[in-house]
Design a protein around this ligand. Structure first.
Ligand SMILES: Nc1ncnc2c1ncn2[C@@H]1O[C@H](COP(=O)(O)OP(=O)(O)OP(=O)(O)O)[C@@H](O)[C@H]1O
Ligand SMILES: [Mg+2]
Length: 414
């Protein structure tokens, strides 16, 4: 029996011709298909269609995503199309205006083509019920940076060559500078949300997935991915465009070294197990293999924060695993970068300094020493350049992090 409002691949496949799945997330699935409405591409051009799951709550992510896309595209019209397939099995009916030519093509931001809502009838227990699918059509890209990185780690057990990392950072920072100039915070920067395409013989990189983005000054959206969360995201204090800079630097570390900087998921990860308090064993080498696994288990802050709010956050004894994840992340931050300051934590709605995971004595090893322990073969000079670049974004105080435009000028000196 088909569920009302459910997500039915088979049904979708037959009617929308969504044959090849490109990826999926918590709120949507992305397929290779044809754009049913946009005049920006020819009718037989293959595009990527992001189909939102119609469960309650997901519509908010869809609406947020098209709002952000329109904003980033100089307030391009978001008048959407309704393709009502309930009236005819073969002929869709269009409404709304055609969107004007997109302007985003060279900004290292994903190009979106159109947005539409697809409605069709499903027969459930012999009752005809309309199913509604909010969709966004995007230009089709070749793969994600996550795909590229996983291949690299599998083959080489290490991150990319620095020249490639510089190319990636140049594109991502160009995209980010533009996004930030519009006061938009992406809030989920990570390799999964960077699309790759060969343009003029050169691999180019594009930021995608604006489902979690928000405008600076708006109420916080609960978003992000555990490893990449900035202190202010964990603490649920004010988010700014600098929040993205933190995540960007965590990503940079991963691109260079092939492993997570704050390896929350693993007991004997790069550093040590933050759960077994007081047991400060330091692993000698990076365990690359299990990182590939870890990337498949990235935990969304949505799951984390829902349990934060539903449990007693002031007691670590009763804390759920999700609370522990957040505490462990804080602990990892502190072990490498130093203790959170009181002015950071005092504005936090759930952080309680007295009851959080207690500190161990070896707190604040420093990023340089941390790299020394784990990657001792690096040239001194090169290591110093890497560290000073990363520290420009890994400051606890968001206002001290360099802006994307400034970081862009530093990339060539790496
Ligand atoms: N334009 C595109 N071309 C090729 N593949 C794409 C494109 N857009 C998305 N994908 C693939 O689909 C995956 C999911 O897309 P996206 O990141 O936009 O949504 P999501 O992470 O599922 O969203 P949510 O945050 O709502 O869970 C991407 O990681 C990528 O693999
Ligand atoms: Mg995504």
């Amino acid at each position: 029996m088909r569920k009302v409002g459910g997500y039915d691949d088979k049904h979708n496949t037959q009617t929308l011709n969504l044959t090849t799945k490109l990826g999926s997330g918590k709120f949507c699935k992305v397929y290779k298909s044809k754009d049913l409405v946009s005049k920006l591409v020819t009718p037989d051009t293959e595009v990527a269609i992001k189909v939102y799951k119609t469960d309650t709550g997901n519509v908010d992510y869809y609406l947020n995503e098209i709002k952000m896309l329109a904003l980033l595209d100089d307030h391009r019209s978001t008048s959407y199309h309704i393709i009502d397939n309930t009236k005819s099995k073969t002929k869709g009916k269009k409404r709304g205006q055609q969107s004007p030519q997109t302007t985003n093509h060279n900004n290292h931001i994903v190009s979106w083509l159109s947005t539409w809502v697809y409605i069709e009838l499903a027969s459930i227990d012999n009752v005809q019920i309309p199913l509604i699918y909010p969709c966004i059509a995007y230009k089709l890209y070749d793969q994600t940076l996550k795909d590229l990185l996983e291949k690299q780690i599998k083959d080489e057990e290490y991150g990319f060559h620095i020249n490639m990392v510089k190319d990636i950072m140049r594109d991502v920072l160009t995209g980010l500078s533009y996004i930030h100039s519009k006061k938009v915070i992406h809030l989920d920067l990570k390799p999964d949300n960077i699309l790759c395409k060969i343009v003029d013989g050169k691999q180019s990189y594009y930021i995608c997935d604006f489902g979690s983005a928000q405008l600076e000054g708006d109420d916080n959206r609960e978003s992000g991915t555990l490893y990449y969360l900035s202190p202010e995201s964990v603490l649920e204090t004010k988010l700014t465009t600098s929040t993205d800079i933190w995540s960007l630097m965590v990503m940079f570390f991963r691109l260079v070294f092939g492993v997570y900087l704050f390896d929350v998921d693993k007991e004997d990860g790069l550093y040590y197990s933050a759960v077994s308090i007081g047991d400060s064993k330091v692993s000698e080498t990076a365990n690359d293999e299990s990182l590939i696994e870890a990337s498949d288990h990235q935990t969304s802050i949505d799951e984390l924060s829902s349990s934060v709010s539903s449990t007693n956050a002031s007691s670590t004894e009763t804390a759920s695993e999700s609370d522990e994840d957040l505490y462990r992340l804080i602990h990892y931050h502190e072990k490498i970068l130093g203790e959170y300051t009181q002015d950071m934590t005092s504005g936090s709605p759930w952080y309680d300094a007295a009851s959080r995971v207690p500190h161990t004595s070896d707190i604040n090893i420093g990023l340089e020493a941390f790299i020394d322990i784990n990657f001792d073969s690096l040239q001194e000079d090169y290591k110093k350049r890497l560290v000073s670049f990363m520290m420009a974004g890994l400051c606890y105080q968001p206002s001290q992090r360099l802006l994307a435009t400034k970081l862009l000028t530093m990339i060539n000196k790496l």
